[in-house]
Design a protein around this ligand. Structure first.
Ligand SMILES: [Zn+2]
Ligand SMILES: [Zn+2]
Length: 345
């Protein structure tokens, strides 16, 4: 077995990631050692790099959409075997006894720790993870295509659930999460209306290709009132913009971990039992539900693959909105050539 690995490290906010050669991590009790096949690049990683998330465990290896193979088991690990493909999500550890954990809301745990933020993540050839928070993944198929399911898919799914039985959905920010949630929404016989940055014709076309009833820019008015709006873009001004398009009783769901300030707005656009809420993290139950639903839709992710050492380029393109679907780091060139757009999951 190798004794060292390559990883991309954030030394401190504001810096680009640094390629480093590190000792192979060892799996402690309850942990698995994973050979990473692919790791998705999430907007949260940009917020981390920009210093918008408090108290990261620096220096940190980002990445919380990890697909890989179990290489070794720490003591006491049950339910996984060597060679099995697993997924590691954002939720990396919870206390198990606080009020929120006890109520089945571990996503709100007061002491929760998160992958690629307080726990070393997947922008690396190997990683370790607490087995209790890992998901089993199908053996077959392209690792890069699976990676975006682990955050974009999961958070999108939780945001969609928050929308209740809303039939007409607005989706603001048509990136990695949106392109997955759109497919689930169509599977559930909902309509969706896609809002992008002004002039982003490519994303609007992408949304129409996934079945959007309408696609336009966020300053445009959709042809019908919306029952709910899911906001995946980190722009606070989208909240009142979305409220203005909501039918009575509708809900705006903010799905990102960070957002610029929300400008003030007249009470009249909230009146009529409209609501605004956020979605925070995920529970393991969300993961199990979504990962069993995804093949039935079936969710087909659009990914753009990058080698590990091009993580800064992937982040830069995400920041500029130059990607359709999701950016994914793949650890081996063999898989880089195999991964493609519209890969089946
Ligand atoms: Zn807890
Ligand atoms: Zn994420």
């Amino acid at each position: 077995m190798k004794i060292s690995m390559r990883a991309m490290i954030l030394d401190r906010p504001g810096l680009p990631l640094r390629l480093a050669e590190l000792p192979l991590p060892q799996p402690g009790p309850g942990n698995v050692l994973i050979e990473v096949e692919a790791c998705g690049v999430c907007r949260t990683d940009l917020h981390l790099q920009d210093g918008e998330l408090p108290h990261p465990a620096l220096p940190i290896i980002p990445g919380h959409e990890i697909v890989g193979r179990v290489l070794a088991l720490g003591s006491g690990v049950a339910g996984f075997r060597i060679g099995q493909r697993v997924g590691v999500p954002w939720l990396g550890w919870t206390c198990g006894h606080c009020r929120f954990c006890a109520e089945g809301r571990e996503n709100l745990c007061d002491q929760a720790r998160f992958t690629g933020y307080q726990i070393q993540g997947g922008y690396a050839e190997y990683t370790t993870a607490d087995a209790r928070y890992c998901f089993s993944l199908p053996d077959a198929g392209d690792a890069a295509a699976l990676a975006p399911l682990l955050c974009a898919g999961l958070i999108g799914y939780r945001a969609l659930a928050m929308a209740g039985d809303a039939r007409r959905l607005g989706i603001y920010g048509f990136g990695a999460a949106a392109h997955i949630v759109a497919q689930v929404a169509r599977f559930q016989a909902r309509e969706f209306y896609a809002f992008t940055r002004s002039g982003d014709d490519a994303s609007q076309e992408f949304a129409r290709g996934l079945g959007a009833s309408w696609a336009g820019s966020a300053d445009q008015t959709p042809p019908t009132a919306l029952d709910a709006a899911l906001i995946f873009a980190p722009a606070g001004q989208l909240v009142p913009a979305a409220l203005r398009h909501l039918a009575k009783g509708g809900c705006v769901v903010c799905a990102g971990i960070h957002m610029s300030d929300i400008p003030s707005f007249p009470y009249s656009i909230l009146w009529g039992e409209r609501a605004i809420r956020s979605v925070a993290n995920l529970t393991r139950r969300d993961g199990e539900e979504f990962l069993s639903l995804a093949p039935r839709v079936p969710v087909r992710t659009t990914v753009q693959a990058f080698p590990l050492d091009a993580a800064n380029e992937a982040l830069r393109r995400l920041r500029r909105g130059e990607l359709q679907g999701a950016a994914v780091l793949v650890m081996r060139p063999r898989e880089l050539s195999a991964s493609s757009r519209h890969s089946p999951t």
